[in-house]
Design a protein. Structure first.
Length: 387
């Protein structure tokens, strides 16, 4: 669910298809950029000619790890929790967004011509060092600057990349470098792909086509290196991949979401997103998936999950307040969890400002503990008013 808005943000950057841009997320932005909100961007109707996610489809792997031309937005979203041999913890995020400018590539001879643009986010949480680093890049799909292909999967933006290394079990190598922060990781799937929603069709609203094709690989064994502050650490841990493609937009009145991806110590995995409306209520299209240790997935409806925010954190950079601590229950499955951030300040300040970071999971009343990632979007600073 969460991936929709970030891909479409690329469309807001003037002339990005004409220039390759490398911009650290810490660079000061223009006032107009600071005022962009998810609801303002995603309220527009999709352009004609693009394919829509309107009905369940047959998924084929590993082919569907590759790009899906004809849809306006697509993303590859990797997050994970890692540690070195001494127990030093890290969280990471590496995400690639593909946005089509036209439904079909125009026939132009110029090597500079591009019908797609790419955006990528790279973030690293150094828990012991109390540091959070993040960066953002844009580029057009021309001159070898960015692109994606399948069989095997390769997606990259300049020297940031995700490259498939094995089809069965599916494996991928991630590489990213920004200043003194870098990752070089090998991921191998421990569970099969999980289709979210209605057999992979994830409905976001009541209008026809307000949906995406959405699957996850919720548990990937991960090993490699992390570099931060000039020091390199050999790490191991677990990652999560989310994949979506669509042409959809949020419905009017939907302003953001709270998204949870949790890996529990008993082998189960839990994904849930709470869509929020402008009046503060929870949208009925909220939902998720609970995956058993054997890979069997159970859809979660809004009424299956009880969610309560227990603590808010205020950013000193933007003034925005985020509900970073939670209690999540799935009574029918005996799940009761307390969720807290590894660091409070895991706010990304790129074209859109949002909170996403590594979290610890403590089991209550016999539930297992674990780790995961949390994303919070649509929480504006005090001076920004929603439409």
């Amino acid at each position: 669910m969460r991936r929709l808005s970030l891909a479409i943000t690329v469309l807001l950057v003037p002339l990005v298809a004409l220039f390759a841009v490398r911009r650290p997320a810490t660079v000061a932005k223009r006032p107009a950029e600071r005022e962009l909100a998810v609801g303002q961007v995603l309220g527009a109707a999709p352009e004609a000619g693009f394919l829509r996610a309107g009905a369940p489809r047959t998924f084929r792997f590993p082919a569907d790890h590759g790009p899906h031309p004809g849809y306006r937005n697509e993303w590859w979203y990797f997050t994970g929790n890692l540690a070195d041999a001494g127990g030093r913890r890290f969280g990471y995020q590496l995400t690639f967004f593909r946005v089509a400018l036209t439904p079909k590539p125009p026939q132009r001879a110029s090597q500079w011509a591009a019908s797609e643009i790419y955006m990528a986010h790279f973030a690293l949480t150094d828990v012991a060092g109390r540091r959070f680093r993040c960066a953002e890049r844009f580029s057009r799909a021309a001159l070898g600057l960015a692109g994606a292909g399948g069989n095997p999967l390769t997606v990259r933006l300049e020297d940031w990349s995700a490259t498939e290394t094995s089809p069965h079990p599916w494996a991928v190598r991630l590489s990213a470098l920004d200043g003194d922060t870098a990752i070089d990781l090998d991921l191998r799937s421990l569970t099969p792909e999980v289709l979210n929603g209605e057999g992979g069709l994830s409905r976001k609203g009541s209008r026809p086509g307000d949906a995406s094709y959405y699957y996850s690989v919720p548990r990937l064994a991960t090993g490699g290196t992390v570099r931060v502050g000039g020091q390199t650490y050999r790490v191991a841990g677990s990652s999560w991949l989310d994949r979506e493609w669509s042409t959809s937009a949020l419905e009017p009145g939907q302003v953001g979401w709270d998204w949870f991806a949790l890996q529990l110590d008993d082998g189960r995995d839990l994904m849930f997103y709470r869509l929020r409306r402008s009046d503060g209520s929870t949208d009925p299209h909220s939902g998720g998936t609970l995956v058993a240790a054997d890979g069997k997935a159970q859809p979660l409806r809004l009424e299956d999950v009880q969610l309560e925010s227990t603590r808010w954190w205020k950013s000193q950079k933007s003034g925005a307040r985020y509900p970073t601590n939670w209690r999540l229950r799935v009574p029918s499955r005996g799940v009761e969890l307390e969720i807290s951030p590894r660091l409070d300040d895991q706010e990304l300040a790129g074209s859109f400002r949002y909170w996403e970071g590594a979290v610890a999971v403590r089991g209550l009343n016999g539930s297992p503990s674990g780790a995961g990632y949390l994303e919070l979007t649509g929480y504006p600073p005090p001076q920004i008013r929603r439409p």
